[in-house]
Design a protein around this ligand. Structure first.
Ligand SMILES: Nc1ncnc2c1ncn2[C@@H]1O[C@H](COS(=O)(=O)NC(=O)C[C@H](N)c2cccc(Br)c2)[C@@H](O)[C@H]1O
Length: 530
């Protein structure tokens, strides 16, 4: 009797993004892959089989342009079924996609085009981008296919066979310092990350996962991989609608979303204005957040409203997509002050390294997170110097030629073995000669019963020197009789130089395009120039 071949032919296929994500289509062609509800009462479902046929048709149209494998394609769109098919089609056609949001300012788009020199700029059929530089081909796509408006310049294609080490995509980070950097992620790295993430069994085939991040933020690519890799459905939520609680909750209700993935700030307005409508979404059984720390008062409030939901804290940087997934105990015990990041996903390892380059082994000692992983980025596009500063020799065995990701994040390992985020290396600021960990000031402020979120910042003073300032949002119906209360509250536990000299109450904290607290905007708000 012939032995069944182990493993199956599908398992032996090379690890490309499109083959990994469309595999479930083989087992469940009729299952929903994308569920969209752009407006009230209208819900569109795209099955795996339809997604695969859209992808094949678009890949055929791209193939007809005879672009050299590895050519870059700017993909300007919000997450949608056509955009997902276009992204998979680029992968299938051996092209590297560069996702950008339709809200990207023209100047930034041109900088990005100048950097990656794309062959093609593609946008949704209803996209508003008009003046794309002449050197770049242009086109539009929708459910029915691709329309090329300006053919890409013909370059004699060098014979290149697509390999899993080729760049699948390039994501530009806002970059806390200076010029945005293009993070190059290979097919092999992305698929390795997806495998590590799926080992946590966060979703299953009957899940519908709401993705609330812009396509240009790799969090959206995590959501696509989590959904399609689990045979579940993606529920795209436009970044324009996320900020309106009633729109967000309507979409979740009408699509039957079972899980919502997003940065912590997407919950702020919902918790403040629509707690009852949120609690009524009894189908919601999962929340995954990443990108920054979730202020604990808000997290506790979310848990009160969704007492049975599984809440996952996902930590990581774009340079490895992410690296850890840890369930948050629901309810979160009162005494907890720092959330656990857990440990790296299967197949990866977090190391803590002290300023002298030694690996920290003892618990409760802070070190800089260095990540060993098969999901590391290939480098920053056209920036070997920044790459060398981030992909550094393995501190455990520099001779091995192995590189690890130097994250810029500080953490300590708890006695339970889980890592605790302890701020950024660059968030250790000097305030008049004293070293201040901004996260510690923020944690004290959010421990005040009336405060829901807080951000602390070094404020440059006009006459020179630096002042510690803090910006807080208050719980609904809570007003501070006297901001001095907060000052006194901080002074009870923090040394004088860590008590913010200035505390401002805001209705809402400004956020970046990715939904993170926008510190630059806060500095401007405080009238100081960064
Ligand atoms: N869960 C946390 N607790 C605390 N601090 C976090 C967490 N997740 C991040 N961060 C911070 O954000 C930095 C990174 O920023 S980033 O490069 O823009 N990428 C991101 O934020 C998103 C990140 N790529 C990501 C995370 C999860 C899934 C996917 Br898919 C992508 C990290 O270095 C951390 O400083």
């Amino acid at each position: 009797m012939s032995q069944q071949p182990h493993p199956s032919a599908a398992d032996l296929r090379p690890d490309f993004l499109h083959s990994f994500l469309l595999d479930p289509a083989r087992h469940s062609p009729d299952a929903p892959a994308v569920v969209e509800s752009p407006e009230a009462g209208r819900t569109t479902v795209t099955s795996y089989a339809e997604l695969r046929s859209h992808t094949d048709a678009l890949a055929g149209a791209l193939g007809a342009l005879e672009l050299e494998p590895g050519s870059r394609v700017i993909l300007e769109a919000d997450t949608s079924a056509p955009a997902l098919a276009m992204l998979l089609a680029c992968s299938q056609a051996g092209l590297t996609f560069v996702p950008v949001s339709p809200q990207t300012p023209q100047q930034r788009l041109e900088t990005l085009i100048d950097t990656v020199r794309p062959a093609l700029h593609l946008q949704a059929a209803n996209g508003n981008r008009t003046d794309v530089p002449e050197a770049v081909g242009t086109g539009r796509f929708d459910r029915d296919g691709l329309t090329v408006e300006r053919a890409p310049a013909h370059r004699p294609p060098r014979r290149r066979t697509p390999c899993p080490t080729d760049p699948a995509y390039i994501i530009f980070t806002s970059g806390t310092t200076g010029r945005p950097k293009g993070v190059v992620m290979s097919h092999r790295a992305v698929v390795a990350f997806y495998r590590g993430m799926l080992a946590h069994r966060i979703a299953g085939p009957d899940d519908r996962i709401a993705s609330t991040s812009p396509l240009q933020f790799d969090f959206s690519l995590l959501n696509i991989g989590l959904a399609l890799g689990s045979g579940a459905a993606v529920v795209p939520v436009s970044p324009q609608l996320v900020r309106w609680p009633r729109h967000l909750l309507r979409i979740l209700r009408e699509t039957g979303a079972t899980q919502v993935n997003g940065v912590p700030s997407i919950w702020r307005q919902v918790l403040r204005h629509e707690p009852k409508r949120l609690a009524a979404l009894t189908g919601l059984r999962g929340v995954l957040f990443c990108g920054e720390e979730f202020p604990l008062p808000e997290l506790r409030r979310l848990q009160e409203l969704l007492p049975t939901a599984r809440i996952v804290n996902c930590y990581g940087a774009t340079e490895s997509m992410a690296c850890s997934f840890e369930d948050v105990p629901n309810p979160l015990p009162e005494e907890v002050e720092r959330l656990s990041l857990g440990t790296a996903h299967p197949g990866a390892e977090i190391l803590l390294v002290d300023p002298d380059g030694r690996v920290v082994d003892e618990p409760d000692v802070v070190g800089e997170i260095h990540l060993r992983s098969p999901a590391l980025f290939s480098g920053y596009w056209g920036d070997p110097e920044a790459t060398r500063a981030t992909l550094v020799p393995d501190p455990l065995c520099p001779e091995s030629g192995q590189y690890v990701l130097r994250s810029g994040d500080l953490a300590l390992r708890g006695t339970d073995g889980g890592y605790r985020f302890a701020g950024r290396v660059d968030s250790q600021v000097q305030i008049n000669g004293n070293r201040v960990e901004l996260g510690e000031v923020e944690r004290r402020l959010t421990a005040h019963p009336g405060v829901t979120a807080a951000t602390a910042l070094p404020l440059p003073l006009p006459g020179g020197g630096t002042q510690l300032a803090a910006f807080v949002t208050l719980a609904t119906g809570h007003c501070l009789d006297d901001p001095g209360d907060l000052w006194t509250f901080c002074a009870e536990t923090l040394p004088p130089y860590m008590v913010p000299q200035e505390i401002r109450v805001l209705d809402r904290l400004p956020t970046t395009a990715h939904g993170k607290v926008d510190r630059t905007a806060l500095l401007a708000e405080a009238g100081a120039r960064a």
